[in-house]
Design a binder for this molecule. Sequence first.
Ligand code: NAD
Length: 477
Amino acid sequence: MEAKQLLIDGNWIPAEEGKTIPVIDPSTGQEMGAIARGAEKDVHHAVLAAQGAMEGTWGNLTAVERGRLIAKLGQLILENKDELTQIESRDVGKPLKQAANDVIACARYCEFYAGAVDKIHGETIPYLEGYTVLTLREAHGVTGHIIPWNYPLQIIGRSVIGALTMGNATVIKPGEDASLSALFLGNLAMQAGFPAGSLNIVTGYGEEAGAALSRHSGLDHISFTGSPRVGTLVQQAAAVNIIPVTLELGGKSPQLVFADADLEKALPFVTNAAVQNAGQTCSAGSRVLIEESIYEPFIEMLAARFSALRVGPSQKDYDVGPLINQTQYKRVNRYMEQAKGLEILAQGEVIPDAPAGGFYVQPTLLGRVPAEHQLAKEEIFGPVLVCISFKDEEEAIAIANNTDYGLVAGIWTADGGRQMRVAKAIKSGQIFINNYGAGGGVELPFGGMKGSGFGREKGFEALYGFSVLKTIAMHHG
Ligand code: NAD
């Protein structure tokens, strides 16, 4: 395998047009390699290869056999943990510790799904006299997976491995800014013995390879994680082909801290959920809603944490790495312009010798942000945490629900009744009570409400989404 190649039908080949895309190291802004610029024809070949796999060896494997391949892949991921960590860290700009977590999470998806593969059962349904009715869970067929740049390994784990588990053949379009770990993973899958065509990878730009994949009539399902704008385009394309879609479009996830909460326990969760992966996390806890009576002491604790954060090159493993690219850097800085006039409670420090071309921004804690402010409602996708005060439970719920998104929420309180009342009142796909898991928990169904999208990945629930139910009614008299 070479980074400048695509994986189609078990073969590593260059893009048909021979073009490439430079790979930029976010820590330096310097070019560090290239990937293939796949386009329409390459996507077409990949989809044909996946269709062939469904009709051939892959489509005829038993669940147990698929499980063994997935387990083997998980094992190979762990055996190659150090190299994968280096690749993911350098390519995405993640501090090494965070990249290592992502590698382990990707292996965990393989472990979880390898164990689940033969535990998805159909049902028998009582019906009329002389009938037996049963349901089967079948693969959709060919599934497309458009992956963003922020958590390539984790998102391939939750999406592609889930689809393979149910026997689908997959075509992956990784983010053009972070494709290297996907390619390495493709190589491991071939080593593990996945049949040709079961897992294909076409790197390339979103408007070329991504758009070609989402409109390809050979797809039977498509899963997309990324921006709402592109999610809408993907759904429109899928509508033309009448195929199901899973959309995961980010969030503005709140953490609600009530006066009776264990503040010392909440503190690291609230901080980390906002700055993990430099805030470029769909489930980042990017708003903290604090009960007025503890607002001052809690923001003091948070400010001490934020001031201590150090930002530097991914490979030096500081608390926070660079943003992914120049576009994201400009976007976050544009949002920071909106912060003028707001109270800046604390900022972390970019280390003085950070390479000049790297996309570094200071982690920033903003105080008393009005609930209607743009920064309190829009996804910044940078290491910025906005603090908002509330006076009671009712107001906390109203503010929590006051965005277009509904992905994750954290509730910090010792009051059991309130925990459940608030959890039920917040419109969000995942709720954490006295803990918070940005991106974690392969066992936990994950996905959005409202503008955060629909469909669930992770856990057993993902396997229902990556399969289709068939009902068989047999009349035997
Ligand atoms: P994006 O939506 O443009 O990219 C996500 C994926 O979609 C990439 O693989 C990209 O190549 C592909 N893509 C782009 N245009 C496409 C098209 N027309 N058809 C099909 N596929 C296409 O996201 P971005 O530009 O990388 O980031 C922009 C913003 O999106 C971020 O600032 C952030 O707010 C959000 N985002 C969210 C997530 C998330 O996890 N929910 C991940 C990445 C970005």
